[in-house]
Design a protein around this ligand. Structure first.
Ligand SMILES: NC(=O)c1ccc[n+]([C@@H]2O[C@H](COP(=O)([O-])OP(=O)(O)OC[C@H]3O[C@@H](n4cnc5c(N)ncnc54)[C@H](O)[C@@H]3O)[C@@H](O)[C@H]2O)c1
Length: 272
C-alpha cells in the first residue's frame, strides 16, 4: 500500500468493471476512499468487497450517469458520509449499440438515432452531469482532480465507430473548457485516452467485428482483438492498470501543474 492519495475521497463512475475497476483498486491501494459507482450494483459491490478484503476503503453506489437526479443523490450521499469529494474519475462509457440494429463502419446511415443518442448520453452528457454535481463543492474547497476517460478514437477518429469517436472527441473538448473554468479554483481537469484494452466493452466490439468486418469475419473475438493489437507499433497488449496508474498520477500532487491535457496511453494503435 502506498500513500499518494491518503485522506482523499474518489468517485469513479463505471468502476464495476474494466478500466474503472483497475483505477479504483489502484487508488484504494494509495490510500483513497473509493466510491465504486456503476449501473450494475452486483459488480460494484464485488469490486468494493475485493478492495475491503485488502484493507482498503470502498463504498458501492448504484447510479446511472445519464440520470441527473440519480447522480445528485449519489454525490449528496458521499458528501453526507465522508464530507468531501477530492477526485472524480468519469470513466463510465459505452460502445453505444443498445438497439442491436446499428452496424460498424460506413455509411453513417448504418447507425440508428437511438444508438447515436445513447452513446452521447453516457459518454458525454454523463460526464457533464457528474461534473455539474461536484463542481460547487470542489470550488468551495479550492481543491479537486477531475479525470475524464476519453479514447485515442477521440483524437484519431475511426470510420468503424463514428458515434463513439465523435463522443470521445467531445470529452476532450469539454475537458479543455472545464479546465479553463476551474483553474482559478485549484481544480485540475484532464483526460486520458486509452488505446485498446481487453474489457467487456472491447469483447463486445470484437464480437461485432467478427460478424461485420470482412477482414475479421469468422474469427473468434479474442483472435480478432489480437490481430488488431498487433497491427500497432507497440505490439504488447495494454492492461487496465496502465490506465489506472496514469489516473493515480493525475489524482496526486505529482501532477499539480498539469491541467487541460488529453494524455494517450496507447501507442499508435489502430481500432479496427
Ligand atoms: N477498453 C478499451 O480498449 C477502451 C479504450 C478507450 C477508451 N475506453 C473507455 O474506458 C471507459 C471504461 O471502459 P471499459 O473498457 O472498462 O468498459 P467496461 O464495459 O468494462 O466498463 C464500463 C462500465 O461502465 C458502466 N456503465 C455503463 N453505462 C453506465 C451508466 N449510464 N452509468 C453508470 N455506469 C455505467 C458499465 O456497467 C461497466 O461496468 C469507457 O469510457 C470507454 O469508452 C476503453
Amino acid at each position: 500500500m502506498g500513500n499518494r492519495l491518503t485522506g482523499r475521497v474518489a468517485i469513479i463512475t463505471g468502476s464495476g468493471s474494466g478500466l474503472g475497476k483497475a483505477t479504483a483498486q489502484l487508488m484504494a491501494a494509495e490510500g483513497a476512499t473509493v466510491i465504486i459507482n456503476d449501473i450494475n450494483l452486483a459488480n460494484a459491490r464485488a469490486v468494493a468487497n475485493e478492495i475491503k478484503a485488502k484493507k482498503g476503503k470502498a463504498l458501492a453506489i448504484k447510479a446511472d450517469v445519464t440520470k441527473s437526479a440519480q447522480v445528485k443523490r449519489m454525490v449528496d450521499r458521499v458528501l453526507k458520509r465522508f464530507g468531501q469529494v477530492d477526485i472524480l474519475v468519469n470513466n463510465a462509457g459505452t460502445g453505444g449499440d443498445i438497439s442491436g440494429k446499428s452496424r460498424l463502419g460506413p455509411p453513417i446511415t448504418n447507425i440508428t438515432d437511438e444508438d447515436w443518442d445513447y452513446t452521447f448520453a453516457v459518454n458525454v452528457r454523463g460526464i457533464f452531469a457528474v461534473c455539474k454535481a461536484v463542481v460547487d463543492h470542489m470550488k468551495s474547497r479550492k481543491y479537486g482532480k477531475i479525470i475524464n476517460i476519453s479514447s485515442v478514437a477521440g483524437k484519431r477518429p475511426s470510420v468503424m465507430i463514428p458515434a463513439y469517436s465523435a463522443s470521445k472527441a467531445a470529452v476532450i473538448s469539454f475537458t479543455e473548457v472545464l479546465s479553463t473554468e476551474l483553474a482559478p479554483y485549484g481544480i485540475n481537469v484532464n483526460a486520458i485516452c486509452p488505446g485498446i484494452i481487453w474489457t467487456p466493452m472491447w469483447e463486445k466490439f470484437a464480437r461485432q467485428q467478427t460478424e461485420q468486418n470482412p477482414r475479421l469475419k469468422g474469427m473468434d473475438p479474442k483472435t480478432a482483438f489480437n490481430a488488431i493489437v498487433t497491427q500497432g507499433a507497440v505490439k504488447a497488449e495494454q492492461q487496465p492498470e496502465d490506465i489506472g496508474m496514469l489516473a493515480v498520477f493525475l489524482a496526486s500532487e505529482e501532477s499539480r501543474r498539469i491541467t487541460g491535457e488529453a494524455i494517450s496511453v496507447a501507442g499508435p494503435t489502430p481500432v479496427g
